[in-house]
Design a protein around this ligand. Sequence first.
Ligand SMILES: O=C(O)CC1=CCC(=O)O1
Length: 256
Amino acid sequence: MKKLFFTLEGDSNKPTIVLGHPLGMNSRVWDGIVPELLKQFRVVRWDLPGHGLSDALDPSTSPLTENALINPLIEKCDELGIKQFHYVGTSIAGMIGQQLVTQYPERLLSATLTNTGAKIGTKEAWLNRQKDVMAQGLESMAATLVVRWFSENSVQTNPTLASYWQEQLAKVDDFSYGALCAWLANMDLTDELEPSSLPVQLICGEKDVATTPELMETLASLLQVNKLEIIEKIGHVPSVESPAQFLALLKSFIHK
Ligand SMILES: O=C(O)CC1=CCC(=O)O1
């Protein structure tokens, strides 16, 4: 894989927290909570391939293997000497978090998985989305995709939310986005997940249409996690829709 954009902020004597963003967005989804997190943690965040400041995928490396997203993260943590970390991932990055729980439990201090599922959407829908993106381009699809992210309440209380993230989505590399759609089409962790002894918390938005509270309940039962927080009036990206509520849940869980 080409170069991925990682940032490392904060004091190396503090525990590390790693933050992973949803498809079509970038590591700025954490901007609203990072300043507060830095009081307690060293913070690592990264941009998925073709998103934010990360290089686009090279078509010759496609299709992405099952571990294509988790491997660069583990390699970066190894390079930085980070043996263990708290992990927080939303949506596709919540699936990366599920892979961490099953494949690298010894690396995790805790996992907070938000707005995600063992299987998100259907294979057919993701392959159709990939086809559409390759034919039409994200710039022309951004307005219709962005409405999947935020609840009506969030859009009303923060009118620039949708326009800002629509602009960010339009800048994502089409091929990389399509390759991630194909990855999601093939990813089903249902048979790989087992009850975990790690501290795992699940968070979702009451109004999330992409990864519904019902989907999160299924994930909770697969992992045998009894901590599922449902944030009222919120959609798919609680760290930007309601950073204060999200931060409070995170801090109270990680403190325990
Ligand atoms: O774009 C969507 O439909 C929402 C979404 C699913 C996986 C992800 O990361 O975002």
